[in-house]
Design a protein around this ligand. Sequence first.
Ligand code: SF4
Ligand code: SF4
Length: 471
Amino acid sequence: MSKQEYKELEQLYTDASHWSINAGDETIHAKRIAGRFRSYKWYASSLWLLFFITPYFRWEGQQAILFDIPHRQFHFWSLTIWPQDVWMLSLVLILLAITLFAVTAIAGRVWCGYFCFQTVWTDWFTWLENRIEGNPIQRRKLDAAPWTARKIRLKLTKHSLWLIISILTGVTFTAYFTDAYQLWVDYLSLQAALIAWIVLASFIFFTYVFAGFMREQVCFWLCPYARIQSVMVDKDTELPTYDLARGEPRGKVHRNASTEQKGDCIDCRLCVGVCPTGVDIREGMQEGCITCGMCIDACDSIMDKVKRPRGLIRYASRKELNGQPLPAVFKRPRVITYGIILFLSTAGIIYGLTHIPPVELSVVHERQPLFTQMSDGSIQNKYTIKAVNKTTQALKFHLRVTGLDGVDVRMPDGDIITLQAEGTIPFHVFLRVKASQLKKKKTKIRFILESFDTIDKMKLKKRSVFIGPAQ
Ligand code: SF4
Ligand code: SF4
């Protein structure tokens, strides 16, 4: 190894010695301070209150949002999604994923910092911890202190409140799958179904452990999104960034000492102290940063105190820091691509929602045998018809077949089909025709279901074939 190579390697080791990986060895007690981004975080997390109250909304006599697994239906206000319409779910998932990608490309892990249930629940848990056990210094002291009546009281209060939030989270989640009011009755009278208890127990456990103990470690080691987000950001992405050129060389401010040679960073480490994931943003962008902006609030408060301009840590892109012009958001190829996919999936969902047929029909031609030659010489084909009534009223239909002259339609229960509200019926239909009527082996036909007894007449058509012997 040459002297130069050795020097480079030595430099590499020196640089690497500054890196620190938060492996969860000690609990991070982040300081909470007021500021712009702290307020944004509260506003964003308050949206999660909707999660807790939505299951209790009623609409047209039933739960407004309900995943009715036994009946394989999803109720969303006056809309009912059936398994046949589940293709829309894939579009919704694409829409959510692309929204996440687009937001990450523009402003980094905004989802993680402000909306993710893991960081939001952790924030609520640590807020309670702060109220009960005091600020980070007091909390560390309490953790290290021997067990006294005061310590037991404080810890008991904190863990009880954490458990209450975990229980509420579990009950609320389960309430999206069954009648929310009845669920409370079932839980309180210990009559709930086994699966309801399993879901509740799992949610209590994971909420309590993830938000109370593992906290940022979930983001570091368990969350797949944290792993892939680096491929979504580029030089134009605005992220909480330390302005190296302005801040360095950092150093403490001493009274009467000259500050001419120093940068604006006074090395107070408040930005590190408020970081919920224990990141020192001054070391550059790191995997642990969830772009919550708490370090921006912290540094701005310090800049105000030392009478220097705010923004030593600010949302900025790499291009911006290098003095390059920033392209308009809508001119970035990545954002344009995400925008197109977003538009298409939104259009698909709107189309799907406005075109959900109230009744669906499927016709399957019997394969074994393809046809039957009857004793009078006529040819018979058998079909299995499945009709799904997605409306909330019973519907009556006539069935007729076109495309084959002289066809005789035979159904076991007469020619009127009654579809119960939100019901599915499969039934068999036999078509019989004189052999002389058949011009070819395969004749294209059409089944037509026409409603009667309802104000809005419905007509459903389905193509099929009638098969006979080779001509
Ligand atoms: S470095 Fe700043 S923006 Fe990133 S997680 Fe820490 S406090 Fe939030
Ligand atoms: S809060 Fe600002 S001044 Fe204090 S250490 Fe961080 S970057 Fe430097």
